[in-house]
Design a protein around this ligand. Structure first.
Ligand code: FAD
Length: 504
């Protein structure tokens, strides 16, 4: 059956798809969003960053609704990481009472439903239990999708643009580019839910707790006073243990991580309902060689994902949705005289740069952990990493990642410039009050990174700038006057309302 003609068809109603659909519908365009599942549905990715709450949620008009749900407030992250046996905490805010210095830990079934409902409210034609089967291409351009409805009936719909936001399982992203996997982050996550786990002492009770142990690390995320999401991220080798039984493997990992064992001492694993099954995720660290093709854009996990350690997934997804919306709205408006190539190149450059920042930040973070005994941690030291040999992946995330940084000729130079990044990071970024400045066992003897190639200080500044600018944009909606400059010669900058591109 052939359906109507839309301005935009969005495949997938997770945070990325709902956000992109909403921004496009807000500007008065016709949007069809097809979601395979019926909401509320389970999803991992529960620990959010402030940019999502104070930036994207505010811009979408759902901040009040999110605040009303009473999700645990996350002021930062608490880590048992590095050689220091004491946990240390970083806060999003350096000043007390910063109104934007927090995020939330969310049950994704609830959070994603809020975003999808908002899209519906804004006029998006949202259809759940509708499965996108393929993208219709004509003369090398995406012009619509073929999909099956909840009864299995086949349909087609056409649009000026198609967005693939169908997440890590996307089967249409390959039309745009090849998915390249990271060698460095080739980990496996095994996770489940517990009742009545302990909480960190106030004021950190809402923080994510990340704890390294011999085989990898744990996340421990408070989702309510009594519900906790607990996941072990381990190497593929340690994951062999999972084959022999998930429950036993999780118990084994918990038994080898004293702080998590202590926090779960009086807790019960939930075994029924949506939080009942133990779940596994693997092959989740990848990047696609291109993020757009004529008429089609990949956003969120459909384009790339790296690692859960810094809770970046929903931020990257919704931020990419905003960037993609800017491109699509500029083109639908048609008045700016900016080509599709220019709009989507801007999209891809900015999304890749943000992704690259998290990638490098994570390399530093993994480099901090010192456990000479542990295969997991030895294999993940930057200097020993097999990532060097994974030139295709490194090229995808290295070149455009840090502002003002010369392009690197290959992974060897890239990693060489980041030698000892972990110890620099431990000494300069981790909070001194936690005693991490004096991390013992972190080598400081090797050559420092050459500032001409890579300046870690500038890298950190760039990292927070993008997030700050996203929040300011949301707060000063319609009156956005930050001194934006293009990220490369001839590039574009956001318009005053943050929803289109313009020339400088
Ligand atoms: P998704 O949330 O996956 O949404 C995609 C949607 O598309 C789904 O609803 C799916 O049903 C639908 N879909 C799929 N195929 C089709 C189709 N053919 N037709 C129609 N619809 C379709 N991120 C964080 O921010 N914080 C965390 O703490 C965090 N922890 C993580 C832990 C692990 C182990 C992993 C692997 C990831 C974690 N993430 C985390 C990442 C986070 O899960 C994702 O980045 C985020 O969900 C991406 O959102 P999305 O909308 O792009 O994709």
């Amino acid at each position: 059956m052939s359906e109507g003609h839309y301005d935009l068809i969005v495949a997938g109603g997770g945070p990325t798809g709902s956000t992109l659909a909403s921004f496009t519908a807000m500007a008065g365009y016709r949007v069809l969003l097809l979601e395979r599942e019926e909401f509320p549905r389970h999803q991992i990715g529960e620990s959010l960053l402030p940019a999502t709450i104070h930036g994207i949620c505010r811009m979408l008009g759902v901040l009040d609704e999110v605040e009303r749900r009473g999700f645990p407030k996350k002021n930062g992250g608490t880590f048992r990481w590095g050689a220091n046996p004491e946990p240390w905490t970083f806060r999003f805010s350096r000043q007390p009472n910063d109104p934007f210095g927090y995020a939330y830990q969310v049950e994704r079934a609830v959070f994603d439903q809020i975003l999808l409902d908002r899209a519906r409210e804004l006029g998006v034609d949202v259809r759940e239990r509708h499965d996108v089967r393929s993208v219709i291409m004509e003369n090398g351009r995406a012009v619509g999708v073929a999909f099956a409805d909840s009864e299995g009936r086949q349909h087609q719909a056409r649009a000026r643009f198609v967005a693939d936001t169908s997440g890590h399982r996307s089967h249409v992203s390959k039309l745009v580019g090849e998915r390249i996997y990271s060698e460095f982050f080739r980990n496996v996550a095994l996770y489940g839910y517990f009742e009545n786990g302990k909480r960190l002492p106030a004021p950190n009770q809402g923080n994510i707790l990340s704890a390294a142990f011999r085989d990898g690390w744990f996340w421990y995320i408070p989702l309510s006073d009594s519900l906790t999401s607990v996941g072990a991220v381990v190497s593929r080798e340690a994951a062999e243990e999972i084959r022999k039984g998930e429950d036993k493997a999780l118990q084994g990992f918990i038994g080898r991580c004293p702080i998590i064992q202590d926090y779960l001492a009086g807790a019960r694993r939930i075994t029924e309902g949506p939080y009942g099954p133990l779940r596994i995720r693997k092959d989740y660290s990848y990047c696609t060689t291109r993020f757009w093709a004529p008429g089609m854009v990949l956003a969120g996990d459909a384009a790339c994902f790296i690692d859960p350690v810094f809770s970046s997934g929903v931020h990257l997804g919704t931020y990419s949705a905003l960037l993609a919306a800017r491109s699509i709205l500029t083109l639908l408006g048609g008045t700016a005289g900016i080509s599709e190539e220019a709009c989507f190149t801007e999209y891809e450059d900015r999304y890749r740069r943000e992704f690259g920042r998290f990638y490098q930040f994570l390399l530093a973070f993994y480099d901090v952990q010192q456990d000479e005994e542990s295969y997991f941690w030895q294999a993940r030291k930057i200097l020993h990493t097999s990532e060097r040999s994974n030139a295709a992946f490194v090229r995808l995330v290295a070149g455009l990642s840090a502002e003002d940084e010369p392009l690197f000729t290959g992974p060897d130079r890239f990693f060489e410039a980041r030698r000892d990044f972990g110890s620099w990071f431990a000494a300069n970024v981790l909070p001194p009050e936690a005693g991490v400045t004096g991390v013992t066992g972190v080598s400081t003897s090797s050559e420092p990174a050459s500032p001409e190639e890579f300046d870690p200080k500038q890298f950190m500044a760039g990292f927070s700038k993008e997030i700050a600018s996203l929040q300011l944009q949301a707060i000063r909606r319609g009156n956005y006057s930050l001194p934006e400059r293009p990220i490369r010669a001839g590039g574009l900058i956001p318009s005053a309302d943050g929803l289109r591109w313009q020339r400088v």
